[in-house]
Design a protein around this ligand. Structure first.
Ligand code: GLN
Ligand code: ZN
Length: 767
């Protein structure tokens, strides 16, 4: 029996990677220093895993920006537009690499970055490989081999992690028509052969091929590519030990394909799909080793040893202990580095902390699980098992987590609670009392979070200004924003969200059941890290969260002030969620808290309330078969949050750039009176789904892109609105930007919104 790890966080325990990269990009340090920091992080990671007792430690899991980009560089899949960057004197391989990741603007060269997208259903973003018709591959960067060698010099025979050839191709995109990227497999394989030969020459034993696509729905061509690729690799390397890593879903539906692949070890994610174990134990061929992914690589909770041991014993009894390995469910890059760095009591109470485990603790768990089976070091491991039982038990019964009132409320929900009093047509009549013009204008919520505004919050947190001063500063900023919106003639105003750090954190901080870490950083993309809130217990709201600021803003104007809330699905999606109950249940609890807030806003005289749900689409399960279950409870949660109000109260929702075609029915089912969506970058094409569906409620298709400082011209917006009007009746249309304006400066914001208001006026004239 072996233990293995699939990947360790590479940001460094103090986010060293972020710091050195950003210093390098600001040209304040040389590239040798960057390489050195990378080396230190790798060395530290290998040492940590060795000391923890992991048998197979990964290499090539480190990356300066993104591991998919590393592979594109390794395989020479470098788009031609970077040729000049590559050839420019003084530029290193690292400069080329960062140019691909971030674009390059220097000395008259101006090359755009490669596209970035979400890594499966995680919040990690990877750089999408670009493929062209005449695509060729050749070994370019030798990172995979170098890092194996580097570790070997330090006395550790690592298991290099390589994205498997089929998954690598599927992760990419054809940048021109006329070919299918999966057909590039024949071109690509020789580079794998090249890399593997070099590794074999250095006495590599195991190689980890990451093939997460094996857990998804595959078409016949993709299946054939799998068979071809691994048969070829096996032919060339009859003795190489292949560890095939699958994760994020189960492999049961592809079991016959998986069985046909000549691999030595199959790793499966038993956190996401524990049911697959039975199918695998009876269905796997009689030689393959099964690596049980038992320790959750996507969350921050302690492993339940008893439950894991049950599974290990089951596997051992069925296929023998020499064919069972123990591992985390997936790479640990999706969880923070080291819980021991959480020393700040204020941030994370000891009670919650003792239920948690970060990457370093998780590999410790993997090692302990093995020792518990092999009965190595029995006194200390038995003690750990006992401690684990106590901690798990405490979590089951803790009053910090379990709030009977909340559970009762969820239990007593009825269909009516997820239903507005009357259908939209009647509400539309009731909402005429709002006296809004045709093409009403509004914004999505936030106004510029200037360095100044952020500095007030930082000073307040540090204690260098007191609560009263902070409140006064925010109040003044809000008043200025309200006055200015009135002046330029917007119809529905917002308070500007100046008091909010982040749209999820702001609510989490005020809700029971949430905790915040101080060092729980996880890589989101490149040097950007996020620190998700931790939902550990039943969620409830003690008192109103936004009423004070919204009412204050409303008191400054006779126009409508739009209340601004984050929806339950988005709060769920952007947090670490408790794993002791279904996500749907946690989501319903959040929905009830938001519902109370919506009702309180209504009682305070707020007539228009927006509940943002930008994350609803990204919560979609990886496999289509599971979509409807998710969409059912997600839409239901939104409806619960929105349905406590009178017909006259207008509920808005907002969603960022996403494809709506395949879920338009569900979006309509949310039944918001108004939905604002991001459409300008697609020239209103994204609106087609709404038009084809004959979406019945009101829609605000974004008329300009807020992601760039560029000020849109009035005619552009008019032309976009005319496009919209051609497909959606004008009495259904609103006029607004694509998204919130918090990342913009005031100057461009003012200019753009003045033009937008004028564009709406022009539309009214011709209507
Ligand atoms: N109300 C939020 C804002 O304007 C919405 C942000 C979002 O969609 N991500 O900032
Ligand atoms: Zn948005």
């Amino acid at each position: 029996m072996k233990t293995q790890n699939l990947g360790y966080p590479r940001i460094g325990s103090q986010r060293e990677l972020k710091k050195i990269c950003e210093t390098y990009w600001a040209e304040k340090t040389g590239y040798r220093n960057v390489l050195q920091v990378g080396k230190n992080i790798r060395q530290e990671n290998w040492k940590t895993q060795k000391e923890a007792g992991i048998d197979l430690i990964p290499s090539n899991d480190f990356s300066f920006y993104d591991h998919v980009l590393d592979h594109s560089l390794a395989f020479g899949a470098i788009p031609k537009r970077y040729n000049e960057v590559m050839l420019k004197k003084g530029n290193s391989e690292l400069d080329l690499y960062f140019a691909m990741a971030r674009g390059y603007q220097k000395d008259g060269l101006d090359v755009v970055a490669m596209e970035m997208t979400k890594w499966f259903d995680t919040n990690y973003h990877y750089i999408v490989p670009e493929f062209y018709k005449d695509q060729t591959f050749k070994l370019f960067s030798t990172k995979i081999i170098d890092e194996f060698y580097e570790a070997r010099e330090q006395g550790i025979l690592t298991k290099p992690v390589i994205i498997g050839p089929v998954s690598y191709l599927l992760l990419g995109k054809e940048k021109e028509s006329g070919f299918d990227r999966i057909d590039l497999i024949k071109e690509l394989l020789p580079v794998y052969t090249d890399i593997l030969s070099r590794l074999v020459a250095l006495d590599v034993e195991y190689v980890q091929f990451d093939e997460p696509f094996l857990t998804l729905d595959l078409n016949p061509k993709e299946k054939a590519a799998y068979e071809y690729a691994y048969r070829e690799i096996r032919k060339t390397f009859p003795h190489l030990k292949i560890m095939m890593a699958t994760y994020f879903e189960g492999v049961t539906q592809n079991l016959s394909l998986v069985n046909s692949l000549p691999v030595n070890v199959l790793h499966v994610d038993l956190v996401r799909d524990e049911k697959q174990l039975d199918a695998l134990l009876s269905g796997i061929d009689d030689k393959t080793i099964l690596s049980l992914g038992l320790v959750d690589g996507r969350n921050i909770w302690k492993n339940d040893f008893e439950k894991s041991l049950e599974k290990i014993v089951l596997a051992v009894n069925k296929i023998g202990s020499d064919r069972v390995w123990i591992a985390p469910s997936c790479s640990l890059i999706h969880c923070p580095v080291d819980l021991d760095n959480e020393t700040d009591e204020e941030h994370l109470t000891t009670a919650v902390k003792q239920w948690m485990a970060y990457a370093k603790q998780k590999i410790g768990e993997v090692a302990t699980l093995k020792k518990l089976i092999t009965k190595e070091d029995p006194t200390s491991t038995q003690k750990r098992l006992t401690e684990n039982k106590i901690s798990i038990n405490e979590r089951h019964t803790s009053t910090l987590i379990h709030n009977p009132e909340v559970k009762n409320r969820v239990r007593n929900l009825s269909a009516n609670d997820a239903q507005r009093l009357n259908p939209f047509p009647s509400r539309k009549v009731a909402q005429e009392a709002l006296k809004l013009p045709r093409f009403p204008t509004t914004t999505i919520g936030s106004f510029p979070q200037t360095p100044e505004v952020r500095s007030w919050r930082a000073r307040y947190k540090k204690g260098s200004i007191n609560g009263n001063e902070y409140t006064r500063l925010i109040a003044d900023e809000t008043a200025k924003a309200v006055k200015w919106q009135e002046e330029i003639g917007l119809d529905v105003l917002v308070h500007g969200e100046f008091e909010r750090n982040d749209m999820v954190e702001y609510f989490g901080e005020q809700l029971d059941g949430f905790a915040f870490s101080k060092n729980g950083w996880v890589q989101s993309y490149g040097s950007r890290c996020v620190k998700p809130p931790i939902i550990y217990g039943d969620v409830s709201r003690q008192k109103p969260m936004t009423v004070k600021w919204t009412s204050y803003a409303q008191s400054l104007t006779n126009k409508h002030m739009k209340g601004m809330l984050t929806g339950p699905v988005t709060i769920l999606q952007w947090s670490f969620v408790r794993n002791d109950q279904p996500r749907s249940e946690t989501c319903t609890q959040i929905a009830l808290a938001i519902r109370d807030e919506v009702c309180d806003l209504e009682n305070a005289g707020i007539k228009i309330i927006q509940i943002d749900e930008p994350a609803i689409r990204e919560g979609l399960p990886l496999r289509k078969a599971e979509w409807q279950t998710y969409l059912y409870w997600a839409v239901e949660a939104f409806r619960i949050s929105a349905s406590g109000v009178k017909d006259e109260t207008q509920i808005h929702t907002h969603m960022c750039y996403s494809e709506f075609n395949d879920i338009i029915e569900n979006i309509a089912d949310m039944d918001a009176d108004v939905i604002t969506i991001e459409t300008s970058r697609s020239q209103m094409e994204l609106l087609d789904a709404f038009a084809d569906f004959k979406y019945p409620n009101e829609i605000g298709p974004g008329v300009y892109d807020i992601h760039s400082p560029r000020v849109p011209k009035r005619e552009e917006m008019v032309s976009l609105l005319n496009k919209a009007k051609a497909v959606v009746p004008s009495e259904q249309l609103w006029v607004n930007p694509d998204c919130g304006l918090k990342t913009r400066g005031w100057d461009e914001t003012k200019k753009a919104l003045i033009e937008m208001v004028e564009a709406a006026k022009e539309m009214r004239k011709s209507d």
